[in-house]
Design a protein around this ligand. Structure first.
Ligand SMILES: *Cc1c(COP(=O)(O)O)cnc(C)c1O
Length: 345
């Protein structure tokens, strides 16, 4: 069975888990005047992440959803207008910040261009209309198939936003896959945004955890929002230690996941009915199987019969995600299964 449902399927290794036994712990919820807790391993991870991304401060969350939600609710108040794209994870999957029952932020949609990147002209016209409190972007962009923004493209969006005094929040759940893809460092990719979230729990392979980074002032406020949302923690060094291990050891190999995604697409060759995403930037590949006459659910059930575990995404597509348990040979075998399915219809 080749399981390409998500890079959240990464399992912690023995070496990673061993860091827990040697870590020092404390009560992260007992804070000093700067809002810093007493768990030294959490503090070490936050400082390490801040130094790595060359930002002033960082705060640890149990999940990316909680970190994004806290970021949005720190930047904004209920009723504020937030510029987002229609398939951004924060809106399409997470929802809480934009829900009428919870965050009550008002989404205003900007378009993605033909390359699935934010359309600057459209953003500018939305900004000119006034009343925007925040712009959100995503890098890599999950639901468009791992599309990556490079440092120059990110800076152009931020420069535009800042001309209108609007801050930018970056959902960088797979920021280090984007860095591996673009050749820009992760620090360069986040240099101009006002806040950024990234996940330890995706390709980096830690069991859980996401970091939110920004200015000292912003992170102090975000710590307060985290507490209000019930996201405060105690001996969180238990997952900060594997997270530190992930940041210190697992960044260089992410490029293999990006390569395996391309290897898969290349090995699919020319197909008659199944459309494979053309431009592959990172570790995600989308398929469209509409011409087979199967629904995405039926298509995935058929793939599972043949030993490939994949999932439908959005309305009409199927997503494949490459991560550390998946070898080049797995990628080629997954392509063989897709080719054999294509010949069935
Ligand atoms: C996974 C993911 C998140 C956060 O997800 P959690 O499962 O809550 O950690 C946020 N944004 C994107 C684009 C993601 O893929």
């Amino acid at each position: 069975m080749i399981d390409l449902r998500s890079d959240t399927l990464t399992l912690p290794t023995k070496d990673m888990l061993a860091t827990i036994l040697n870590a020092q712990f404390g009560d992260d919820g007992r804070t000093d005047s700067a809002g810093r807790g007493e768990d030294p391993t959490v503090n070490e991870l936050e400082d390490y992440a801040a130094a790595l991304l060359e930002r002033e401060s960082a705060v640890l969350f149990s999940s990316g959803t909680l970190a994004n939600t806290a970021a949005l609710l720190t930047h904004c108040a209920p009723g504020d207008k937030v510029l987002i794209d229609p398939v951004i994870h924060m809106y399409y999957s997470e929802k809480a910040a934009f829900s009428g029952r919870f965050g009550q932020l008002e989404p205003v949609f900007y378009q993605l261009n033909a390359q699935h990147k934010p359309d600057l002209q459209d953003i500018e016209s939305k900004l000119q209309a006034g009343g925007t409190s925040l712009i959100c972007i995503e890098n890599s962009h999950n639901f468009t198939g791992g599309t990556c923004l490079n440092a120059a493209q990110t800076k152009a969006i931020c420069d535009l936003a800042h001309r209108f005094n609007v801050p930018v929040h970056l959902d960088g759940a797979r920021l280090f896959n984007a860095a591996a893809s673009t050749g820009d460092s992760a620090a360069q990719l986040v240099k101009h945004v006002d806040s950024v979230m990234f996940c330890l729990s995706k390709g980096l392979g830690a069991p859980m955890g996401s970091l939110l980074l920004g200015s000292g002032d912003f992170i102090r406020k975000a710590r307060n929002t985290r507490r209000l949302l019930g996201g405060g923690m105690r001996q969180a060094g238990v997952f900060a230690a594997p997270g530190l291990y992930a940041l210190k050891h697992n960044i260089p190999r992410l490029k293999e996941d990006n390569l395996n995604a391309r290897l898969f697409a290349k090995a699919c060759g020319q197909l008659q009915y199944i459309q494979v995403q053309q431009q592959i930037d990172s570790n995600i590949v989308m398929l469209n199987a509409g011409a087979t006459g199967l629904t995405p659910q039926q298509f995935c059930a058929e793939a599972l019969q043949r030993g490939l575990y994949i999932r439908p995404i959005l309305q009409n597509d199927v997503r494949l995600v490459f991560y550390n348990a998946i070898t080049g040979e797995d990628a080629e075998n997954a392509a063989k299964i897709i080719r054999s399915m294509d010949q069935t219809f």
